[in-house]
Design a protein around this ligand. Sequence first.
Ligand SMILES: Nc1ncnc2c1ncn2[C@@H]1O[C@H](COP(=O)(O)OP(=O)(O)OP(=O)(O)O)[C@@H](O)[C@H]1O
Ligand SMILES: [Mg+2]
Length: 547
Amino acid sequence: MLSPDNKLYVAHSANGPIYINGEMANRHGLIAGATGTGKTVSLQVVAETFSQAGVPCFMADMKGDLSGISQTGKMSGFIEKRCAEFGIEDPKFAGNPTRFYDVFGEQGFPMRTTVSAMGPQLLSRILELNDTQEGVLNILFRIADEANLLLLDLKDLRMMLDFVGKNAASFTTQYGNISPASVGAIQRAILTLENQGGQQFFGEPAFDVEDLLDKENGRGVMNVLVADKLMLQPKLYSTFLLWLITELYSKMPEVGDMALPKLVFFFDEAHTLFEGTSKALTDKIEQVIRLIRSKGVGIYFVTQAPTDLPDNVLGQLGNRIQHALRAYTPKDQKVVRTVADTFRANPEFKTADVITELATGEALVSFLDEKGAPSVVERARILFPLSQIGAITAGQRMDIQNAAPAKIKEYNSVIDRESAYEILTAQYEAEAEAAEKALQEKEKEEAKAAKEKEKAAAKKSSSKKVNRTILGTLATAAATTFARSLANSAAKSITTGKKTSSSKSTSSKKTSSSKAGTAVQKATKSAANKVTRTITNEVLKSILKGL
Ligand SMILES: Nc1ncnc2c1ncn2[C@@H]1O[C@H](COP(=O)(O)OP(=O)(O)OP(=O)(O)O)[C@@H](O)[C@H]1O
Ligand SMILES: [Mg+2]
């Protein structure tokens, strides 16, 4: 709480009140301790003290218990005791101006960023890519940049990857190797991220970090990131917060020494930031943390054991609240000794012994003095928060969301402007349409040619047929008539001869003469047919010759 003379009063030792030095509050800090020792409440006490002094804060709420920071606290037996110990009369319980954010957009306003703002390095970390795959992602960003293809959301990234993969041969000579295996691995990683809800995380409207700097009625706004679900993906969580810090660093102007920081950023579960991180990224994190100070931003890491953080980061955390550590195993005891050694010793007690004895809400405290030197470590009790300890109800959360300013409510809308996905989809569609059209045209031509060929063939064959039919009929008729007349006259002469003889002969003769007549008739008919065929052929030949 803010003291009557506007000092950042956060703890109390046997020697009296302990204040955070406002001018040194941007020299970063650490809140550490085993589970259940009071870290979250300490964060709440420190943050609301900054808020009362007009400094906005950002913090992630891991279990929902930080949401109480938005509501008015109330007296309890524990607080009553502390008031008596610290000589505080009539504490002014009050909630803090609060805004809830949620990358999944469920319990707070969506906090999005674009793929291009995240950049290939941080994106590779989220996607858990290896060096070769990160190289391909770098190439992809360059190609997109040179082709003016915006990478906003994950579908832009997926489409761009597809484009780069399909044209790998032409890009490889200019930019370096793009193997199908790497493209496939990145594609799978994007799919995994999408399944984890990553598509809500990338897109527009992108979060403007300047919105974290708001004040309401002279008090700094508490920007609370709902992180219970996000925490299930520690890489996504930590990389997102790293992006926020990087973005703050690049957007905020350089400031000289200030009486108070412009923003205080609490990084809970801070160890996740460094787990499985490459040396290059750890160096970058360390650098950003060091430089962001000059922008008036203080970063306070919250973690169980300080030894979870790299030394070069730990060395930058000047303001410390160390809650109890357990020392059950030799490894634990080593951690306790290491942590104790990082404090400026107090002749009144042995730091390593006290660390394991601290009660809930009690801590070893050391803040930077006006010269930037760490103060002698004190065994202290952390103040109680004036806001509510513990989670709020869904109804209370809804009321806070409804009371948010219009510019914050705009984050609820989704913008999907023209970017790589739309441009490449349109290009693919145009190409497919042109190919389809060409195919149709070709088929049409082929069908037309086939039809014409058929027509020509049909015409030729039908004219021959017609000729043959007409000529055949004519010739057959002529030949038949001619043969019939020949046969008739032959038959007549035979029949006449027989008639003369038969008038004189017996009936048996008559029978034999009639048999002979039938035979003659048959022979005549066959001869006539033969003659007909021969004549027909001859006539046809002569006619066809003339054609
Ligand atoms: N400064 C304090 N003033 C009043 N109550 C406190 C204080 N510190 C801790 N407590 C009490 O102790 C409980 C546990 O504290 P807290 O939730 O902060 O622990 P933690 O270290 O954050 O635990 P975890 O690691 O499980 O998150 C609180 O719910 C609260 O009741
Ligand atoms: Mg906690």
